[in-house]
Design a protein around this ligand. Structure first.
Ligand code: XIL
Length: 317
């Protein structure tokens, strides 16, 4: 069987992939993305971000996001919706606006209410707040934190829940997949939202890992159980494992081990409900554009051949 079929057989809800609008014109790419034996879920890599959806205040543009949502519907794949409140890919009217506490809360709530209402019924989950933390566990100094303080987080979750009481609401971040200050701070975000009486359903572990320094299965397992103990589910939301190029057989073998251990950690934790890779082919991975000299992070190569990592993932499922 493929990855999604095997994940479901292990009691998970899905195995899935990120995708992006520009990739869908590539018919060989689309054929594999549509293969529900491997992918029971998709995530728009960019087209639901604030700069795409609300480039001008209170003017909403859903065309690109709807293409991905409609694809998920046509394929009967779950959709993870990504993301409502993030410091990056913000339109300048938000990031460089002149705000007071009250006006930014109003603008943020208006964004969340419109977007969540538009996609009501389409999303399995929303990444409500993305990457609110620094590596040391302090709050990232975003426009939201500067203007509103930490309360922007529970306010965002409450607004999302009011617009769609049924969608799962997630806090999503990277480097929170093993224990440390940042993972502890992510647990504190769950408690903060809960302490405001707002709903939070899940923690999303981005899992943008590096070959050879991916956290071990046991260190991932212990942090997964710490999140689960707070009463929330967990998902791996953006898994990829990059290497310094060029790839070698040894690096590809280590990558297989790192993917296997990560997927095994999710399989072993009942509250870990699914795994999403941040696109399935090296051809369209975000890694080379962001981390100079690095790449080959996906389970399929740029010619759409399965890499050892694919077999490793399947063996863990
Ligand atoms: C990335 C996209 O994949 C790129 O195409 C874009 O240029 C930048 O953003 N964490 C996230 C994702 O939550 O939204 C990011 O996606 C990758 C890091």
């Amino acid at each position: 069987s493929g990855l999604h079929t095997a994940a479901v057989a292990k009691g998970k809800l899905y195995f899935g992939s990120a995708t992006d609008n520009s990739e869908l014109t590539d018919t060989a790419y689309l054929t594999q993305l549509n293969n529900t034996d491997d992918f029971g879920q998709i995530t728009p890599g960019n087209s639901q971000k604030w700069d795409t959806i609300e480039p001008t205040q209170n003017q909403f543009s859903y065309t690109k996001g709807d293409v991905i949502a409609n694809l998920a519907k046509a394929n009967d794949q779950k959709l993870r919706c990504h993301t409502l409140v993030w410091h990056s890919q913000l339109p300048s009217w938000v990031s460089s606006g002149t705000w007071t506490n009250a006006t930014l809360i109003a603008a943020m709530k208006n964004h969340i209410t419109n977007v969540v209402t538009h996609y009501k019924g389409d999303c399995y989950a929303w990444d409500v707040v993305n990457e609110a933390l620094n590596e040391d566990g302090s709050y990232r100094d975003s426009i939201f934190y500067q203007t509103i303080g930490p309360a922007y987080i529970p306010i965002a979750f409450a607004a999302a829940a009011a617009a769609d009481p049924d969608v799962k609401l997630y806090y999503n971040d990277y480097n929170i997949e093993s224990s440390g200050s940042k993972a502890m701070a992510a647990q504190n975000i769950v408690k903060l939202v809960q302490s405001y009486g707002a709903k939070i359903d899940g923690v999303g572990l981005q899992a943008h890992f590096i070959v050879g320094s991916t956290p071990s299965q046991s260190s991932q397992a212990s942090v997964l159980s710490a999140y689960a103990a707070l009463g929330v589910e967990i998902a791996y939301t953006e898994l990829d494992i990059r290497m310094t190029l060029p790839s070698t057989d040894a690096l590809l073998a280590q990558q297989k081990t790192d993917y296997t251990n990560t997927v095994a950690a999710c399989v072993a934790e009942k509250s870990c409900i699914g795994i999403t890779i941040w696109d399935w082919t090296d051809k369209y991975s975000w890694v080379p554009n962001t981390f100079s000299g690095q790449g080959a992070a996906c389970p399929w190569d740029e010619n759409y051949a399965k890499k050892p990592a694919y077999t490793g993932i399947l063996s863990a499922l």
